[in-house]
Ligand binder design. Structure first.
Ligand code: ATP
Ligand code: MG
Length: 391
């Protein structure tokens, strides 16, 4: 009674949580198909799978992703255990993989250590096109090496995943935000520029000038886009070694004929990045984001281990593929068994089992209806053959 009053009749027990959806039938096939293809490609490159828990300690993301990021300041699903621990439904994958690396002594494994993962992630965002509260990511991590060829490998692999999935209508944007030192000088330039343009930016951005100036470039508010255009560029402030790293990454991309755009507004929304940062965008949406995050493991209290990686938003990629009429593999069955009359039911049942034993996917018609209706169902199932039994 109390609970019913509280919800004022607006929320029904038969409604899923806002921003969270069911995936049904073919939708699951399409999701799994994409992640399986991505995993298969990652295996070709020597990556191994990793599965980390959905729940992690709040501190992992507060320290790793950063207190002033959107994710930590407003988007985390946090819960308190009976013992008083504060846990979080993971909003992203990298910090967890870093934790696993440190916790499982992977520092002493042959480096680099390379992982792929996929699964659900949770962010308390405003649901809209390509933005949900539970969404899926496929991600890659390379830990234990600072080499620029690994940044390029991540980019090449992501490009291959998108292309092998039948999707090639996107732009790869790349930038370098340097290391802690050159970023200091850049941050000062950026703050000075934005202080001069305070009137042209949103309230969030006025706050970001104080808390996290780089994030100014990541703002999605339409009113801030004009000012963003003329903001100083991080690559202009890079020190010698950072410049060299960026040049090497670009040279590898050129050597592999991977088209890219250098975009100084790409900074990524998380605190842990340094050097290369990249995003694949299409139709106004960021499909995947990644880069290098050498300082992350130390931010978490671990021994140093340079790393890079990326995450693809599976919903966004699939939605755009659908919009661009890319053929999505939805599985289907091989044989549909049509039958009529009580007398043939057992024979139909046995025929289905024999065909399944022979390795075929078989649907035995389970509803009512005459032959005509059943043939319609057989057609819709996508089966290449129908077996027909009648009295
Ligand atoms: P955006 O700038 O669009 O908010 P992000 O920078 O927060 O993206 P990342 O943290 O880099 O995104 O996550 C990698 C990918 O995961 C994104 O490029 C996107 O495809 C997907 N993604 C992120 N948040 C969501 C969400 N709420 N719903 C669906 N997909 C998401
Ligand atoms: Mg976001």
């Amino acid at each position: 009674m109390k609970a019913a009053k509280k919800t004022k009749g607006k929320v029904s027990a038969l409604q899923s949580v806002k921003g969270m959806r069911d995936l049904i039938g073919d939708q699951v096939f399409v999701f799994q198909g994409f992640c399986e293809k991505a995993a298969e490609i990652a295996l070709y490159y020597g990556f191994k799978p990793i599965e980390t828990p959905i729940l992690e300690k709040e501190d992992l993301f507060a320290r790793g992703v950063g207190q002033d990021t959107d994710i930590v300041s407003k988007e985390m699903f946090t819960l308190k255990t009976k013992g008083g621990d504060r846990l979080v439904m993971r909003p992203e994958g990298t910090a967890s993989v870093m934790r696993a690396y440190a916790e499982n002594g992977m520092h002493s494994w042959p480096q680099p250590v390379m992982f792929y993962y996929s699964g659900p992630f949770f962010r308390h965002e405003n649901p809209q096109r390509g933005r949900y509260r539970q969404f899926y990511q496929f991600g890659l991590e390379i830990l234990g090496s600072p080499k620029s060829i690994l940044d390029a490998t991540i980019i090449k692999l992501t490009t291959t995943i998108l292309e092998e999935s039948g999707f090639n209508n996107y732009t790869l944007k790349i930038n370098s935000i340097g290391d802690a030192e050159c970023r200091g000088a850049y941050r000062r330039d950026l703050v000075n520029y934005y202080k001069k343009n305070l009137k042209g930016v949103c309230a969030d951005c006025r706050e970001r000038i104080k808390t996290n100036p780089l994030r100014l470039l990541d703002c999605k508010n339409p009113m801030c886009q004009e000012i963003k255009k003329d903001a100083p560029e991080s690559i202009a402030s890079l020190c010698g070694p950072c410049k060299a790293h960026f040049k090497e990454v670009l040279e590898y991309l050129d050597a592999m004929n991977i088209p890219y755009e250098i975009d100084s507004t790409v900074v990524r929304g998380l605190d842990y990045y340094n050097l290369s940062v990249f995003e694949w965008v299409a139709d106004g949406l960021t499909l995947c984001g990644g880069g290098r995050y050498d300082p992350l493991i130390e931010m978490l209290g671990g021994r140093p281990a340079p790393a890079c990686g990326f995450g693809i938003g599976v919903e966004r990629v699939l939605e755009l593929m659908r919009a661009q009429a890319v053929d999505l593999d939805t599985g289907g069955c091989d044989v549909y068994i049509v039958h009529q009359g009580e007398g043939v039911l057992e024979a139909a049942f046995q025929a289905a089992e024999r065909l399944r034993d022979a390795g075929l996917d078989v649907i035995l018609h389970g509803g009512g209806g005459g032959f005509k209706a059943q043939f319609k169902r057989a057609d819709a199932s996508g089966a290449f053959a129908a077996v027909v039994l009648g009295e």
